[in-house]
Ligand binder design. Structure first.
Ligand code: MN
Length: 301
């Protein structure tokens, strides 16, 4: 029997000048497979959530847009415009810095999700890298469209390789239609309803609702009472204990402190050219020992 399904309410966090809905980390399960962070930005009214240069270690980030555009710049020299339907995949590994902002004329900025993938121990010291990929498999039936950006869904295999078993996809369902998705029972999953309203196996959901599914689930049926866009993420439960603080994912407090020191001193992370925002200063480390719990993630960006 699978674990009970859990509806996760987002916390409201500030990124840039705007407000985001933060679904991960969440209690009591901090992660879903290797996915350790999930923000939805631009859904609620408010100013742009663009952010100036800031560092990351120990993760890959996925930026996935539903609407609008976002300029991504980083310390490995990328300067690209992210658009809906493309996978923005940044490998922080041992250390990268990046900035995100709406392109000129884009108004208050895009609507989309940013997610972090914790890298396993044998991959987390990788060299930083960035890629923007539009060669994603798309499947369609009369009521639904499926775009797979990580792993495999319904026989559609995303082309990028990841460091642990994983899935990530967007599903669009037209009004009064539905679709059945097969799930990998060894995975735990999260299903986010980004826009519209509908049902997950009869559970009524509204835009901004997120449901966690434990291992052992073999399929779900998603349906739309009005046109919907969903995001599916999942993976094998992450086997290592991670420590998250600010924008760093590590294994112990010394690694976090060293990364913070390097950002403050201008080492390790390189520089982000052409950002219109100032670099983000590191917050103070708490004097108490960091604990592996959601609140220690602080004001992650
Ligand atoms: Mn970031």
């Amino acid at each position: 029997m699978p674990d009970e399904r859990q509806v996760i309410a987002p916390r409201h966090a500030t990124v840039g000048e705007g407000s985001v809905e933060r679904y991960l980390p969440a209690a009591p399960h901090r992660m879903i497979g290797p996915w350790c962070f999930l923000d939805l930005f631009g859904r609620l009214p408010g100013p742009s959530t663009g952010v100036g240069p800031h560092p990351h270690i120990g993760i890959q980030t996925v930026t996935w847009l539903f609407n609008g555009a976002s300029t991504h710049r980083d310390s490995v020299g990328s300067d690209v415009t992210i658009l809906p339907g493309g996978l923005s995949l940044m490998t922080a590994g041992a250390g990268i810095a990046h900035a995100e902002e709406p392109p000129p004329g884009e108004g208050r900025g895009p609507f989309g999700a940013q997610l972090w993938i914790a890298l396993p121990d044998d991959a987390r010291d990788a060299s930083p890298a960035y890629g923007l990929f539009s060669d994603l498999p798309v499947g369609a039936d009369p009521g639904a469209t499926l775009v797979v950006f990580a792993g495999q869904v319904m026989g559609l295999q995303a082309p990028r390789r990841f460091s642990s078993p994983i899935v990530g996809a967007e599903i669009r369902i037209r009004e009064n239609r539905g679709t059945e998705l097969e799930l990998e029972p060894e995975f735990e999953h999260g299903v986010l309803l980004a826009t519209g309203s509908g049902e997950l196996d009869g559970l009524r959901l509204h835009a901004g609702d997120f449901v966690r599914l434990g291992r052992g689930e073999r399929s779900i049926r998603l349906s739309a009472t009005e046109s919907t866009r969903w995001m599916l993420v999942g993976g094998v439960p992450f086997a290592e204990d991670i420590l998250m603080w600010w924008n760093f994912v590590a294994r112990d407090q010394d690694e976090i402190a060293a990364a913070r020191d390097d950002w403050v001193a201008g080492r390790r992370f390189g520089t982000v050219a052409r950002s219109s925002y100032a670099p983000i200063p590191a917050p103070d480390l708490p004097s108490a020992h960091l604990k592996a719990r959601p609140s220690s993630a602080g004001d992650s960006t």
